[in-house]
Write a protein that binds this ligand. Structure first.
Ligand SMILES: [Zn+2]
Length: 337
């Protein structure tokens, strides 16, 4: 049985906001606070943030100044509850809701909206249905986040780039006490971010990474499966036994399994992400993986060509020339056959 989500949208809610809430609810099945690919925060960033800003601009009671007043009031009310982090963060009342949710959790987003509603009620009672509908959404989103989100997962400054193992631009800015954090990307590192500051040019590396997004996700998933399976058997679940074998040999060779790894989980994840990025950037295709996997088992290039249905040995040697030395596991293989 699938869980259906129903949230109340109060009558009198702004129609654009209502539409955005509905769009979030419709798309939100696979989205969660844990998933990189289907991040609930990204969903909110795409669907809700622009509408929210638009709504605030149209509404005098929700000007930047008023929102920041509400923010100060909210912080005063929450400071005693041990939420010091919100004072250190470059967040403001006018920050995007998705960012508030990401760093403070949905509970706190709800509290903040409640404060906004309380402030606004003194001036514009018509705002209440819209704000209350948004609070409903925030409360519904709580089911999408791990219980201890506020304490563990939300440590700012730890988020990884969507496309590689580097910290996001925002995370780096936060770590360096750079308070211009709000202009920074919370999704990408500085190399992979779509637009450079003060320029409209789309970043070249972003475009390249975006084109290979599917490949990166796929390699990362394979490495992740193998990392949990350990060193004994191939378990990359690629659907191709030779590719599985390559990932297995590579993981063992590079010590990318939890079995071989005694450090914190976070460090292994960083290594897996780096490895996935490298495999994609160095164009280590599945065909090349098959070739290396076959050669690892000790057979000749002629036999390998035959097994892969290639016309000649030359095809193999040509492919080998384009394989980065790091992936020539057949030359320095440590997995015993
Ligand atoms: Zn990156």
């Amino acid at each position: 049985m699938t869980k259906t989500t129903a949230i109340t949208i109060w009558s009198g809610c702004d129609s654009d906001v209502e539409e955005a809430i509905n769009a979030v609810i419709q798309a939100w099945g696979p989205y969660s606070a844990k998933s990189r690919r289907f991040s609930i925060f990204r969903l909110l960033r795409e669907q809700l943030d622009p509408v929210w800003f638009d709504f605030c601009q149209r509404t005098s009671a929700l000007s930047c100044e008023k929102l920041n007043q509400a923010w100060a009031r909210y912080q005063n009310g929450r400071a005693f509850r041990g939420q010091q982090s919100c004072q250190e963060l470059p967040l403001k009342g006018a920050s995007p809701p998705s960012l508030l949710a990401q760093y403070l959790g949905f509970n706190e987003l709800d509290w903040f909206l409640k404060t906004v509603a309380r402030n606004a009620a003194e001036r514009d009672i018509d705002l209440i249905p819209t704000l209350d509908s948004l609070r409903e959404l925030a409360i519904a989103c709580r089911t999408k986040q791990p219980k201890r989100l506020g304490k563990v997962r939300l440590l700012p400054g730890k988020e990884k780039c969507r496309y590689c193992d580097q910290l996001t631009e925002l995370a780096v800015a936060l770590a360096n006490d750079d308070d211009s954090g709000l202009g920074r990307s919370s999704l990408y590192c500085s190399a992979h971010k779509p637009k450079k500051v003060l320029s409209d040019a789309v970043g070249g590396k972003y475009q390249k990474a975006r084109r290979s997004q599917g490949a990166f996700d796929q390699e990362l998933e394979r490495l992740d499966f193998q990392s949990w399976a350990g060193i004994k058997s191939a378990y990359a679940k690629s659907g191709n036994p030779l590719v599985d074998e390559f990932i297995w040999r590579l993981s063992v060779h590079r010590r990318l399994t939890h079995e071989q790894h005694s450090e914190k989980l976070g460090t292994l994840e960083t290594k897996l992400r780096w490895e996935a990025r490298m495999m994609v950037d160095r164009r280590m295709t599945d065909r090349k993986k098959e070739i290396v996997a076959l050669l690892c088992s000790g057979i000749t290039q002629i036999e390998a060509a035959k097994q892969l249905g290639l016309k000649s040995r030359q095809a193999i040697s040509k492919a080998l020339q384009s394989i980065h030395a790091d992936y020539r596991l057949d030359l320095h293989c440590q997995v015993a056959n």
